[in-house]
Design a protein around this ligand. Structure first.
Ligand SMILES: [Mg+2]
Length: 262
């Protein structure tokens, strides 16, 4: 999850600008956390405490407005009781990383991934992309090689993880394929981030997803996290510590049945 948050901050200043130069600095005075980080932490909080993905996402987003939320997402956030709106954008896979770290089985993984996605992104493309990202993290944690993960994702989701993609595309499937390809082909966190940003586009979300998976595969470099955390409010650091503790001590919470999760 740290990899997703750092990825969001690193990608934030290049969003929508086109191609990014190869040797760019990861951190800059204009770097900032965006909606990606807020939503990742909202999902983490919900997963650790009551599974209210709907309520946690709304509350966290309201506490941190003006962070680059999509227009329709913001409408959903501010309209009390608004239903999911069939979103097929990349917001669901962008915020799922904590589920990949906390779930103890694939069935738990998929039901929690679906539950967090479905509160807004109840579209098959977004639900599948959320599952694919969560599964990549889950399998990496379990020691599967990048190639094994690639084969599994390709066969389960029909994703093409060989084609190079670039430019601005907010669809969940396209964003996820591009991010997974970079994370799975990389030899470390840093090369995954550099690779996914190369073709420009929705760089904060691409780098958030690639970073979340790259962390699980290759580990999180301490110096990158130390630099990233300087951009976060104290409250977020507390959330992260609580998440790390929960992860380390094993996820003890009892999950409700999948039918009551959404
Ligand atoms: Mg963003």
């Amino acid at each position: 999850m740290l990899g997703a948050i750092a990825g969001d901050i690193i990608g934030s200043r290049f969003e929508g600008l086109g191609a990014v130069s190869e040797g760019f600095d990861f951190f800059h005075p204009s770097s900032t956390f965006t909606d990606d980080t807020v939503c990742v932490l909202a999902v983490a909080e919900a997963a650790m405490d009551g599974f209210d993905f709907n309520g946690n996402l709304r509350q966290m987003a309201r506490r941190y407005p003006m962070r680059g939320y999509g227009e329709r997402f913001w409408k959903w956030v501010t309209a009390e009781g608004a239903p999911a709106y069939g979103n097929f954008g990349n917001g669901a896979p962008m915020r799922v990383a904590p589920i990949g770290w906390l779930a103890r089985s694939e069935s738990e993984l998929f039901s929690l991934s679906d539950a967090q996605a479905a509160v807004t992104h109840d579209h098959p493309e977004a639900m599948a992309a959320s599952r694919a990202v969560a599964l990549a993290i889950f399998l990496a944690r379990a020691g599967h090689s990048p190639n094994q993960i690639k084969n599994r994702i390709t066969s389960d989701f029909g994703y093409d993880l060989d084609r190079e993609r670039s430019g601005f595309d907010l669809r969940a499937g396209e964003t996820t394929m591009r991010a997974l390809r970079s994370a799975l082909n990389a030899d470390c966190y840093e090369t995954a981030i550099r690779d996914v940003m190369r073709g420009g586009g929705d760089t904060d979300t691409l780098s958030c997803i690639a970073g979340g998976v790259a962390e699980a595969l290759h580990g999180m470099p301490a110096e990158i996290w130390d630099a990233a955390r300087e951009y976060l409010p104290v409250e977020f650091i507390h959330f992260v510590h609580r998440f790390q503790l929960t992860r380390t001590m094993e996820f003890q919470t009892k999950f409700p049945s999948s039918s009551s999760l959404v």
